[in-house]
Design a protein around this ligand. Structure first.
Ligand code: NAD
Length: 422
């Protein structure tokens, strides 16, 4: 396998190589393999937004549908300066496999706008969101493509999406987007679903690896929806969260951080402020990933664990909260070093699973209780973990290959059954 060069790692190349690996094991028909490596639809839009200083700024956005064989396309909306077409295509592909791994009736999609949301006012973000939705409205809808939150988007952004789409239609369409506020057809349990799922899957993996979560040393990169929520679940279970970070860097305490204090400081000041009383040391994101720990959770962005730092990772296992945080070269190195990787398409599937529950509740116009949602989520995740583990043991492959085999196998079989038109 060729080594990564110094140039930016292309996530689409990574995603396509993963399809090849799984397709070899599944002995997939070459034509089906090629179909699965391509995205079905790609929309690129360039659109103007009125900024606070009166100027017009042109933004570029995307909505990609990778595959809709098993159901409507499903996938988040990302606001980030690095958003580009290939990244969106890779993320859409991973959504297809993820929905198939947890066996919910969705295909995969992704969207995003290339922007720096941190430098924009709320009004500018709202203007940009509404115009972006107008531009992609021909592609989305409750029966065709249902967006959700991703990096730097949240329930408020989902509310603007739902409102703009509803205005275009002339009536309220709650099922067009998930991750909405509770007051607007959001589901109980959606906000914490991905982090809770990461924690649930880590519990399963730790059980198989024979160590308790209580007292385990946990390191988390990213403290947003996924990383921050996961940190709280580990903390409540008696694990020691020794380090956490945001895009600017992280904090570390050998004895375990006070998670509530760390997250509230980050929320209040948009950074971690180290004082003598906190006992925090500052560290870089690169240092954080190489800390000695039982569970490492990358929960920020793609390509964080590469051939460069994989030899220095000192975790017992990696549970991928982020999408695509580990490159194929790093996978190989970590596998050879005996470090278990629980892959993204299984580990962070809690979010899309509760998004599915939200969509079902919207379509049926009924509400499920928090207990009902939590019980269904945990049941689906545990079953999916057991299925992936079973394939991994039966085929003697790592957990990522097993998860890809499960997801891609289901999509390939659905494709075969539907047949190729005409
Ligand atoms: P978020 O915006 O809430 O948080 C992202 C976190 O990553 C922040 O703490 C941010 O400071 C940090 N970050 C951003 N760029 C970074 C960098 N270059 N280096 C280090 N840290 C950086 O986003 P989120 O929803 O928590 O998503 C995080 C990851 O989880 C993404 O890969 C996303 O695709 C994936 N994911 C999210 C969900 C969901 O439901 N939100 C579901 C499945 C997967």
């Amino acid at each position: 396998m060729p080594m990564e060069t110094e140039k930016k790692i292309n996530s689409l190349d990574v995603a396509r190589r993963q399809v090849d690996i799984a397709a070899e094991h599944l002995k997939l028909d070459p034509g089906i393999r090629e179909k699965l490596k391509q995205t079905k639809r790609e929309l690129t839009v360039h659109f103007p937004v009125k900024m606070n200083d009166g100027s017009l700024k042109i933004f570029t956005g995307y909505r990609i549908q990778h595959d809709v064989t098993r159901g409507p396309a499903k996938g988040g909306i990302r606001y980030h300066p690095d958003v580009d077409l290939d990244e969106m295509k890779a993320l859409a592909m991973w959504m297809t496999w993820k929905c198939a791994v947890v066996n919910i009736p969705f295909g995969g999609a992704k969207g995003g706008v290339q922007c720096d949301p941190k430098s924009m006012s709320i009004q500018e973000l709202e203007n940009m969101t509404r115009r972006y939705v107008w531009e992609i409205a021909m592609m989305i809808g409750p029966d065709r493509d249902i967006p959700a939150p991703d990096v730097h988007t949240n329930p408020q952004v989902m509310a603007w999406i739902m409102d703009t789409y509803s205005i275009l239609k002339g009536y309220s369409v709650f099922g067009v987007v998930t991750g909405k506020p509770l007051e607007l057809g959001g589901s109980l349990g959606r906000l914490e679903a991905t982090g809770k799922g990461v924690y649930t899957i880590a519990q399963e993996a730790a059980h198989i690896q024979n160590f308790p979560i209580k007292g385990a040393r946990v390191v988390i990169q990213g403290c947003g929806n996924v990383g921050g929520t996961a940190a709280q679940f580990f903390d409540r279970a008696g694990a020691k969260v020794v380090a956490i970070s945001d895009y600017q860097g992280g904090i570390y305490n050998e004895k375990g951080l006070n998670v509530a204090e760390a997250l509230s400081c980050r929320n209040q000041y948009s950074c971690f402020i180290t004082r003598e009383s906190t006992g925090w040391e500052t560290i870089t994101n690169a240092e954080l990933l190489e800390l000695k720990c039982d569970i490492l959770i990358p929960a920020a962005i793609e390509n964080q664990i590469t051939h460069k730092n994989a030899p220095k990772i000192q975790a017992r296992m990696i549970v991928e909260g982020a999408n695509g945080p580990t490159t194929p070269e790093a996978d190989e190195i970590l596998r050879d070093r005996g470090i278990l990787i629980v892959p993204d398409i299984l580990a962070n599937a809690g979010g899309v699973t509760v998004s599915y529950f939200e969509w079902v509740q919207n379509l049926q116009e009924l509400l499920w209780s928090e207990e009902e949602i939590s019980e269904r989520l945990i049941r689906i995740l545990k079953k999916s973990y057991a299925e992936v583990l079973h394939i991994s043991q039966r085929e003697k492959v790592d957990m990522r290959t097993a998860a890809l085999m499960l997801g891609i196998g289901r999509v390939a079989e659905a494709t075969r059954l539907r047949g190729i038109y005409p």
